[in-house]
Design a protein around this ligand. Structure first.
Ligand code: PRP
Length: 187
């Protein structure tokens, strides 16, 4: 889509443009390819935010891999940062003995990933790591171990796009943008 589309009009700025995203994702893919050569990793996408990143990431990994998905949602509270999450869609394959790479769009407070890591480690994978496109270290409540791959370190902006939503919209924006405060202050 081009920049006069309605999806762009609520943005204050573009934080990471498409070309920069794609170049970094190629680097991550190459690195993962080297690190997991001969290991047939399973890449797990956490719905829905990671879906766009996952699609580009796996195309950049030049070795065989398998794909699986998990759906999670927060319990109560209304925000996604309660840390108590419910699995709404579980993996289809067992991960026992597998080398697992969790693809995430963003680590913010760290609560969701801590819960997920705990849950998945109980299933005895051979190894477990996280590949996150964005990392907002400034907002961390619980540190997240096992983050093997990070795309970009970002400051505490309200970011949308490339899978990240505001009220379920903006996921289809092809870049990472900062939302105008007037958009989310309305609610
Ligand atoms: C986002 C993101 C992570 C989580 C990170 O998901 O995909 O899973 O929040 O936040 P945390 O570090 O503060 O726990 P969200 O709950 O917004 O769902 P979505 O992927 O469907 O948009």
């Amino acid at each position: 889509m081009n920049r006069d589309s309605e999806v762009f009009k609520d943005l204050e700025s573009i934080l990471i443009d498409e070309a920069t995203l794609q170049q970094r994702i190629q680097e991550l893919g190459q690195q993962i390819g080297q690190d997991y050569k001969g290991k047939l990793p399973v890449v797990i996408g956490i719905l829905k935010g990671s879906s766009i990143f996952l699609a580009d990431l796996v195309k950049a990994i030049p070795i065989h891999l398998t794909l699986d998905f998990m759906g999670i949602s927060s319990y109560g509270g209304g925000t996604h940062s309660t840390g108590v999450v419910k699995i709404t869609k579980d993996l289809e394959e067992t991960i026992e003995g597998r080398h697992v790479i969790i693809a995430e769009d963003i680590i913010d407070t760290g609560l969701t990933l801590n819960y997920l890591l705990k849950t998945l480690k109980q299933r005895n994978p051979a190894s477990l790591t996280i590949c996150t496109l964005l990392n907002k270290q400034a907002r961390r409540i619980l540190e997240v171990e096992d983050v093997g791959y990070k795309g970009f370190e970002i400051d505490d902006h309200f970011v949308v796009g490339y899978g990240l939503d505001y009220m379920q919209k903006f996921r289809n924006l092809p870049c990472i943008g900062v939302l105008k405060p007037s958009v989310y202050q309305k609610f």
